[in-house]
Write a protein that binds this ligand. Structure first.
Ligand code: HEC
Length: 152
């Protein structure tokens, strides 16, 4: 019996892996989930930077790691908003695809602010890091204001 269960489980896992590989990638609902996870991850790193800046935690290399992760993740954000992903469980506004140049410019601005934050983190001057963090937060909000549906 034990053996049967193990064999059956292995078969299910194999089918899941094979099925996953065979199914077409980038279905809209999965792309939407991907970009929401990406944004959540960016938010998590911002939260860590805030803890470090306030001195509520003190870890060598924490600032450099978290700020660089923000730069890397935002660098991938543009591809996560392809055409055809405006509908479904998403708070993305249709304006993203009606005025793509403005959306891309907003993202570029935020990436620039994230790079400035990462550079300040390398420098280690906490006042500069705090200022750069504030500027980054404003840039995130600017895009959300134009392109994300507000929470009720
Ligand atoms: C270029 C525009 C743009 C920029 C810049 C941007 N966001 Fe977003 N963000 C969005 C959009 C659009 C959504 C909604 C995505 C969806 O629901 O499909 C979103 C969603 C989110 C979410 C909610 C994710 C969820 O759980 O559904 C968080 C958190 C978030 N962003 C944080 C940030 C932070 C922090 C920054 C700045 C470091 C940032 N965003 C920069 C456009 C942007």
């Amino acid at each position: 019996m034990q053996h049967f269960v193990r064999v059956a489980l292995a078969a299910v896992l194999a089918a899941a892996v094979a099925g996953g590989a065979a199914a077409a990638a980038n279905a809209p609902e999965h792309v939407i989930k991907y970009r929401q996870n990406l944004m959540k991850a960016v938010g998590g790193h911002i939260g860590n930077v805030a803890l470090l800046v306030k001195g509520q935690v003190d870890f060598a290399d924490g600032l450099v790691t978290d700020t660089q992760a923000i730069v890397d993740l935002l660098g991938n954000a543009g591809i996560a908003f392809p055409e055809g992903t405006a509908e479904g469980k998403t708070k993305a506004r249709p304006e993203i695809w009606q005025d793509r140049a403005k959306f891309d410019a907003a993202l570029e601005d935020t990436i620039g602010k994230a790079r400035a934050l990462a550079m300040a983190a390398e420098g280690g001057d906490m006042a500069a890091v705090g200022a750069a963090l504030g500027a980054l937060g404003k840039s995130c909000s600017a895009c959300h204001k134009s392109f994300r549906i507000k929470d009720e």
